[in-house]
Design a protein around this ligand. Structure first.
Ligand SMILES: [Zn+2]
Length: 375
């Protein structure tokens, strides 16, 4: 009898031990990672190294030109022989003989000028002044300062960012970029201005060559993707830095334009997204607190609802706060689009993607193989 009891205790102990080992085996990675995290937390440097290696999933909100380092813009502008207007620190096309303008190439030999440009093309060392009292104003002003070079550098900017993302173990990214047809601008503006209803505006755009504009942009994108692949060397070896990151683009629409201009850009973006799988959504960009964006917000949502009911939409949220705008503005900028847009749409905070966005990402990520494998 005593022997049976001892045997039963041994069996029970063995069962409990096996059970605990099974549980621990299932959580082995988490236990090891938690221990490494605890250890890494001891200093700022080791914690930073830990987060750098940590798998990141996807970055669903990155403004491509806003993510590139100022030093890269300076180098590209110098290559292109651009000038800088020293009064406003804005890049300009080659007219260096104008008063107050200097060749960008000077900055490659003169540290003080170089530092001034880096600070002007980024938020580095920004301090509020009476002329630029907030980081908000400085942030939005910066884009125009390097616009003369960023507009033609889609390939270089994408390559730069893919390498950085790869180094930080990011698997997927959606870059916000402009994609429209500036050569058709006048023609499209006249067509839309001549119609009163949205359906008539869209019909007028289509009759004015929207499909040709879209075909041209698709060709441009295909050429750019080929150059990106070549620059990364993915065809020969897809373990090269940048090749492991799947990427797509989101077409941006500038929200501080007239309603007709927003209509044209939204119609173009929606048509592009339908035609081109690498374009996975559209987003309105620019200061949401500016006069036009506030005044036309409801109209802009109507335009998006009409033109983009069948394509993914991501909208900024959380960019307005009490003190920046009157209280009524804080009551509908999230509620209105979330009620009126298609189920795939999501309002996203700039630095904190919502769960709706993450769900949208999983669908998009599942659309196909990664870029490096599919080209
Ligand atoms: Zn944003």
């Amino acid at each position: 009898m005593r022997g049976r009891i001892v045997l039963a205790v041994i069996f029970l102990a063995a069962f409990i031990l096996l059970f605990r080992v099974t549980i621990l085996a299932g959580e082995f990675d988490a236990v090891v990672t938690a221990a490494q995290f605890e250890k890494a937390s001891e200093t700022h440097t080791t914690l930073r190294a830990f987060f750098r290696r940590m798998p990141k999933g996807g970055d669903l909100h990155t403004h491509l030109s806003g993510a590139v380092y100022a030093e890269r813009f300076i180098a590209w502008a110098a290559q292109e022989g651009l000038c800088v207007d020293l009064e406003n620190v804005v890049l300009a096309k080659p007219q260096c003989d104008r008063a107050g303008a200097r060749p960008l190439s000077d900055a490659m030999r003169e540290q003080k000028l170089y530092d001034r440009l880096v600070n002007a093309f980024s938020m580095r060392d920004f301090l509020p002044t009476p002329a630029v009292p907030t980081g908000h104003d400085e942030f939005f002003a910066v884009f125009d300062r390097f616009g003369a070079v960023s507009g033609s550098r889609l390939v270089d900017m994408t390559v730069d960012q893919l390498k950085l993302y790869d180094g930080e173990n990011v698997q997927y990214v959606e870059f916000m970029v402009s994609s429209w047809c500036p050569n058709d601008r006048e023609k499209f503006s006249s067509a839309v201005a001549g119609a009163s209803e949205d359906a008539a505006k869209l019909a007028a755009l289509e009759a004015s060559g929207l499909a040709e504009c879209v075909a041209g942009k698709r060709n441009d994108l295909a050429a750019a993707l080929g150059k990106i692949s070549a620059a990364l060397g993915c065809e020969a070896d897809n373990t090269q830095a940048g090749c492991r990151v799947t990427f797509r683009y989101i077409v941006q629409i500038y929200r501080d334009n007239t309603p007709d201009e927003v209509f044209i850009q939204t119609a173009t973006a929606a048509a592009l997204i339908r035609a081109e799988p690498r374009l996975v959504g559209l987003n309105l960009v620019g200061p949401e607190d500016y006069l036009v964006a506030r005044r036309d917000y409801t109209r802009q949502m109507e335009i998006v609802r009409f033109l983009a009911k069948d394509v993914p939409v991501a909208l900024h949220a959380g960019e307005l706060w009490l003190g920046l705008v009157p209280p009524p503005d804080l009551t509908f900028h999230i509620r209105q689009p979330s009620r009126s847009l298609a189920p795939g749409a999501s309002a996203t905070a700039s630095r904190s993607p919502s769960s709706a966005t993450r769900r949208a990402c999983s669908r998009r990520c599942a659309r196909g193989p990664s870029w490096s494998r599919s080209t």
